[in-house]
Structure formats: structure tokens, C-alpha cells
Design a protein around this ligand. Structure first.
Ligand code: BGC
Length: 360
């Protein structure tokens, strides 16, 4: 009888040990799980590479594609699309695209080729046009890029932006407005040309004006228009991920057609670097419009480092011009724009329009 007691104690001890080992294992697993999750870099990097087979590879912060899929399905279910697009058989796309993945890893140390970008974006049509197949996009967006001799930057822009814009479920076209010749650069006039040329092609209702060297770091920064003009490049690495000043409207911005027309478009007489974005801000403010912006987190973006372009020296007249926007804006803008189209090429990933915009 006395010999049964040690066996019972031994069993209890054995079970307790098993439980302790199990708890330790659980503890370690949870710790490892959260630690690995906090290291989003390697995972998001892998996911940031676009798959050659399909449309755009999901880019995300969670390590697992499966988890991302489940997350997207849950999001889609939470936002039923029950409205039918007017006169169309396709349902309207949801207000928030279920394809978005959030923060992105953006880097410029590995060069990209246009062939590669073409291969990985098989649904982008000639001229850089795209619209979602299974829903009617909420906006028709023309993306206007002022340009001269920045082909390497443009490749990165196309590489990163095409997948993002498709995930944002936009009906969009990309217009690269190339200033012909070697005269001093005029960013705002090229943007006006982009507006005019894009309107000849399609009934765009929204315009995104983007520098060629700025890449968003989060696909929730939607390249579309809002009830107020939008400033999209709100936290640039160049400025330590903050706004340099409250009225800053440079880099990437968007405007509905009506907003753009209300301010008579952009000034045509800012030759050289600087001031034209401040003039645009003054135009908007003078018409009582305010600037909408994404949060600092969502609005993060990277600029491709480069030397200042030749023939784009700081414009010494900019301070004087900015001081007189209200007096000049009705005379100088889209209504008084004149230029000559030198060539128009509908390339696989964008429409390139080379223009003679004259000189100061
Ligand atoms: C210029 C703007 C420029 C900003 C940030 C201002 O002084 O007038 O054109 O975008 O600085 O660099």
C-alpha cells in the first residue's frame, strides 16, 4: 500500500513539468511571433517585388501573403458595393480599395528597366492607361509629370507607381510633358500643357501633378481628388519627413477639374526653380479653398537624390511674382496658355508629349 504514493507524486510532478515546458514554449512562440512581426523590413521588401505573372504583387507590412489576403477579404466584406454605376453594368469601386496594403519599401539602389516594368504590369494599356476590370472607378485621373532628361527617375516612378495606382482602383492615364530644347525649365507651364493635352484625350475629372522624382511610401496615399485641393507629398525624406512650411504645395498635388479652372490653372511665367507652387497656393487661397492632406504617416514619400538640373537655376523673380499672385492670376494661366506640340508618343507605360513652350 505504501508503495503507491511515490508513483502518484511522480505522475503529478511529470504533468506539472509538461505544463511548464508547454507554457515556456507558448511564451517563446508568442515572443518570437511579435518580434518577427516588428521586423517588417525583410518581409515588406520581398512583397514589394512585383510578381512577373500577375498584376501587382501585394506590398505589405505583415509577413504572410495569406494573412494579407484574409485581411483584404475582410475589408472588402465590410464595405459592400451595392451601388450600381450610373448607366454602366459594372458596380462602382468601393470608397476604399480592398487591394491596398499600406506602407511600402521604396529604394533606388537597383536600377529598373522599362521591359521589366512592362512585364510586371500587363494590364496597363498603351499610353499608360488603366482602369479596373471588375468595378467602375470613382474618378478618372490624369497624372501629369513635368519632365526633361530624367529618364532614370521616370523608370523608378513607373516601376513604383503603376502597381500602386492599379491597387488604388483608379481609371488613370500617365502624361509625361517633356520640355523641348535647352531653354530654362518651366514646371508650372508644363503642368498647364499636361492639363490641356490630357483633356483632349479623355474626359478626366481629376488631375494629379507630380514631380518625376517623388515616390509615395504608402499606397493609402490615394492619387485622386478631394473636395478641396490636395497636397499629397506631405512628409518627404528630403525635409526630414515633415512639411517645410504650412503653405507648402510642391511635389505632388491633385485638383478636380473645377478647382483647377477656378484658379485659371497655373502661372506660365515662372522660369527656373521655385515659387510656382507658392503661386498656386496663393491662387487657391484667394478663391477661399483650403488644402487637404493625408496624415504625415500615410503621406510619407522618398525623393530620388540628384544634382540640380542645368537650366533650372533658382528664379530670382519668384519672390516678387509670389507677392502679386492675386493681381496676375486672372491674366496668366490656362486661359492664356500657348505652346506647340513637337511630338506625341503613346508608349507602353506612358504618353510622352514633347512641347515647345518658348522662353522667358
Ligand atoms: C520655393 C518653393 C519650393 C520650396 C521648398 C520655396 O522657397 O519657393 O518653390 O517648393 O521652397 O523647397
Amino acid at each position: 500500500m505504501a508503495s503507491a504514493e511515490p508513483t502518484v507524486n511522480f505522475n503529478v510532478l511529470h504533468r506539472t513539468c509538461k505544463l511548464v515546458v508547454l507554457l515556456c514554449f507558448l511564451h517563446i512562440s508568442v515572443t518570437v511571433f511579435f518580434y518577427v512581426r516588428s521586423l517588417d523590413i525583410p518581409f515588406s521588401f520581398v512583397q514589394n517585388q512585383q510578381t512577373r505573372a500577375g498584376i501587382t504583387g501585394p506590398i505589405g507590412t505583415t509577413g504572410s501573403t495569406e494573412a494579407a489576403k484574409l485581411h483584404l477579404e475582410a475589408k472588402a466584406a465590410a464595405e459592400p458595393e451595392d451601388e450600381l454605376a450610373a448607366g454602366k453594368s459594372l458596380k462602382k469601386c468601393p470608397q476604399t480599395s480592398p487591394l491596398l496594403v499600406g506602407p511600402l519599401r521604396v529604394e533606388f539602389n537597383i536600377p529598373v528597366s522599362l521591359d521589366e516594368v512592362e512585364e510586371t504590369n500587363p494590364n496597363v494599356g498603351p499610353g499608360g492607361r488603366y482602369k479596373p476590370k471588375d468595378c467602375a472607378a470613382l474618378q478618372k485621373v490624369a497624372i501629369i509629370i513635368p519632365f526633361r532628361k530624367r529618364d532614370e527617375h521616370l523608370k523608378f516612378w513607373l516601376y513604383y507607381l503603376h502597381p500602386i495606382l492599379q491597387r488604388q482602383q483608379l481609371d488613370y492615364g500617365v502624361y509625361v510633358i517633356n520640355q523641348d530644347g535647352d531653354e530654362i525649365f518651366n514646371r508650372a507651364k508644363l503642368l498647364n500643357v499636361g492639363y490641356a493635352e490630357a483633356m483632349k484625350e479623355y474626359d478626366y475629372d481629376c488631375f494629379v501633378f507630380s514631380d518625376v522624382d517623388l515616390i509615395p511610401m504608402d499606397d493609402r496615399n490615394i492619387y485622386k481628388c478631394f473636395s478641396q485641393p490636395r497636397h499629397l507629398s506631405v512628409s518627404m525624406d528630403k525635409f526630414g519627413f515633415r512639411l517645410p512650411y504650412n503653405q507648402y504645395f510642391g511635389g505632388v498635388s491633385s485638383m478636380m477639374k473645377e478647382q483647377y479652372l477656378r484658379i485659371n490653372g497655373f502661372p506660365n511665367n515662372y522660369w527656373g526653380w521655385g515659387g510656382e507652387d507658392d503661386d498656386i497656393y496663393n491662387r487657391l487661397a484667394s478663391k477661399g479653398m483650403t488644402i487637404s492632406r493625408p496624415s504625415g504617416d500615410v503621406g510619407k514619400c522618398r525623393m530620388i537624390r540628384h544634382e540640380r538640373d542645368k537650366q533650372n537655376e533658382p528664379n530670382p523673380q519668384r519672390f516678387d511674382r509670389i507677392a502679386h499672385t492675386r493681381e496676375t492670376m486672372n491674366k496668366d494661366g490656362i486661359k492664356s496658355l500657348s505652346y506647340k506640340v513637337v511630338s506625341k508618343e503613346r508608349l507602353p507605360l506612358y504618353t510622352k508629349i514633347t512641347v515647345d513652350i518658348g522662353k522667358p
